[in-house]
Write a protein that binds this ligand. Structure first.
Ligand SMILES: [Zn+2]
Length: 266
């Protein structure tokens, strides 16, 4: 498969996945933060006006940035780390695209591949980002799901880290739904994991996904119709389960941060 073909497949899977995610979010009246890869957002917006109106017009949604073309800023895979100047330029352009396509102020950032470089931190501070939501941390004694100031940003950017923990069998689990869509974990594992949040009053527990994952596996192969239907079913099951948990409220990440600051977070 050529790179061009792969990109079309990814975008098509992304568009279909977003359709499912939107249906589910609307069904459960659930807020959401979308971290957009700017290039894909531009294509989606130009080819799917109706979907964009559903997304941009929903007051329960906020919009953040996930790179311009899903860059490997660290150079871990490409062998070429992206330098300070280019990082700032790319992030600036990506932020502008997100703001103009969604019609809302940029809310925050999540780094592609969860690789947050020093150059990205500095660019986030320069561009006035309020938060980053890239780092994955273990919930427990040293972190109680609270926001904290991100190092390398001159104290100006908050980090809303993603939780990592252990399931009932002691296996590592995160709030990313990869294993759910790959059929390697049942919805119950995530419902149980989210219920942990009850131990940390005022903390933020993030569940995250890539929409394309509902139609494509991590190797770029399309899922069978049966597996895609299963993935959508399991996503519904997770959301149905967590909405029935006590002491948990649903907010987009930026709205949560604003509340935490209003409550006196320093
Ligand atoms: Zn990504």
């Amino acid at each position: 498969m050529s790179a061009g073909a792969g990109q079309r497949v990814t975008l098509e899977a992304c568009r279909r996945g977003l359709g499912v995610v939107l249906d589910v979010l609307e069904e459960f009246r659930m807020p959401c933060t979308f971290f957009w890869e700017a290039r894909s957002l531009r294509v989606l917006a130009s080819t799917g006006r109706e979907m964009m109106e559903r997304i941009a017009g929903n007051p329960a949604f906020e919009h953040g940035c996930h790179g311009l073309r899903h860059e490997d800023f660290s150079g871990q895979d490409t062998g070429v780390p992206i330098g300070r100047h280019l990082t700032l330029e790319m992030l600036h352009e990506a932020s502008n695209v997100v703001e103009s396509e969604t019609g809302s102020e940029i809310a925050g950032f999540r780094a592609p591949y969860c690789r947050l470089t020093r150059e990205l931190r500095s660019a986030l501070a320069r561009l006035g980002y309020r938060y980053d939501a890239t780092l994955i941390r273990t919930a427990g004694e040293t972190w109680s799901l609270q926001p904290y100031r991100l190092a390398g940003t001159e104290q100006s950017v908050w980090e809303l880290a993603l939780p990592r923990g252990r399931d009932g069998q002691g296996r590592a689990i995160t709030g990313y739904l990869w294993q759910l869509f790959e059929g390697r974990r049942p919805p119950e594992d995530y419902i149980e994991f989210v219920s942990l949040a009850g131990q940390y009053p005022g903390g933020l527990f993030q569940l995250a996904l890539h929409p394309w994952h509902l139609f494509m596996d991590e190797n770029g192969q399309s899922l069978t119709e049966q597996r895609a239907a299963r993935a959508a079913h399991d996503l519904r099951a997770v959301l149905a389960g967590i909405t029935s948990l006590e002491r948990i409220r649903f907010l987009p990440a930026g709205a949560y941060l604003k509340k935490a600051l209003d409550r006196g977070l320093r």
